[in-house]
Ligand binder design. Structure first.
Ligand code: PLP
Length: 348
């Protein structure tokens, strides 16, 4: 049986994380492994990064933290971005997670349920997504600081645009909210690490750069995705391919049908814009991307291919994302569960 195969290079993830750790200078580099390590497998990825020296891991939700604790054992710290959600106290305690408290409600909930349990505080410095507002923090800081938070953190909204004035604005607000507290601080994800030492504080939080995505342009590619050709046919000039007759052959063409589609995270918006590769030779997608299948014009190849690649040295996650009108993060986290996943490198 030939199945679409997704290869994940753990050595490349380790090298990318190591490079971001070096760029973090004297700050510790944590590792963001939310959403199943951006779809690449949190257990494999986090285990390898722990072997590389990562100690502080970040997940989005308590349940991700519980899984991660089982995978990593008792040693590392595991922070939860969504903080202490209702009903999670037992899980937080059992897995020794560190919730990043986001609001006065979460502070009350945490102090009531787990008064002696470690916590951090997430501060809003302008993104208006998660975190305590400056006024709430002013009121709560005198009460919380004596309980020794593990971390004060915030998140940058525009760090992938180095010249955006929002970066300096959020940096100033973060200083105003945290200077003199004596608590460990963290502001930067991948983009912030690249903004330089002013943004590093004590702990950085690289995610996408470790997985080979922008804005870390020096990242090594991490994923390779190869799709089997189910059949190849001749399509005469004037005939159409796929749903809605959206592509009409301009010449007598050879069209390969490959076994993957939007149910596998190959977004329907690639229709008319995407390419697959036979080695370094591009072959355009033709017709609409359907749920499990896509058509590819292979007329110009010397022979009918058995497989075609959609993520490969010639087309990385960001190039595919550009064609789909999205970002590398969405490409990675959309990769579905039907691929035969193979890991390469130490820890595979
Ligand atoms: C996702 C996330 C990160 C990691 O961001 P990247 O851009 O992937 O490096 C860091 N901090 C927070 C709060 C996040 O939500």
């Amino acid at each position: 049986m030939t199945q679409a195969s997704l290869t994940i290079d753990l050595d490349a993830i380790a090298a990318n994380w190591g490079a971001l750790a070096r760029l973090s200078g004297s700050a510790e580099a944590g590792a963001v492994v939310k959403a199943d390590a951006y779809g690449l497998g949190d257990e494999k990825v986090a285990t390898r990064l722990m072997a590389e020296g990562a100690f502080s891991f970040f997940v989005a939700e308590t349940q991700e933290g519980v899984r991660l604790r089982q995978a990593l054992g008792p040693t590392p710290e595991i922070y939860v971005f969504t903080g202490h959600m209702a009903g999670d106290a037992d899980a937080i305690k059992g897995a020794r997670l560190i919730p990043l408290l986001n609001s006065p409600e979460q502070v009350i909930r945490h102090r009531a349920a787990l008064p002696d349990h470690p916590f951090g505080v997430q501060l809003d410095t302008g993104m208006n997504r998660l975190g305590m507002e400056e006024d709430d923090w002013k009121t709560l800081a005198p009460e919380l600081l004596p309980h020794s938070p593990q971390l004060l953190m915030s998140h940058l909204a525009c760090s992938d645009e180095p010249d955006h004035p929002m970066n300096a604005h959020q940096l100033a607000v973060f200083h105003r909210m945290t200077d003199g507290t004596g608590v460990r601080r963290s502001l930067s994800a991948t983009g912030g690490i690249l903004l330089g030492p002013d943004y590093h504080f004590d702990l950085t939080r690289p995610g996408i750069g470790s997985y080979g995505g922008q804005p870390f342009s020096e990242a090594q590619p991490v994923v390779h995705l190869s799709l089997p050709v189910v059949q190849t046919r001749t399509v005469e000039a004037g005939e159409t391919v796929g749903y809605g007759n959206s592509w009409t052959a301009p010449r007598t063409s050879r069209v390969a049908t490959v076994a993957a589609g939007y149910a596998d995270g190959l977004l329907r918006s690639l229709t008319g814009r995407g390419r697959l590769y036979a080695g370094d030779r591009p072959c355009p997608l033709v017709g609409r991307v359907s749920m499990d299948l896509m058509g590819v014009d292979v007329t110009d190849l010397p022979e009918a291919p058995e497989t075609l690649d959609i993520l490969c040295p010639a087309q990385g996650v960001d190039e595919l994302a550009d064609a789909a009108g999205t970002i590398g993060y969405e490409i990675l986290t959309s990769l579905g569960g039907r691929y035969a996943r193979r890991y390469t490198g130490t820890g595979a």
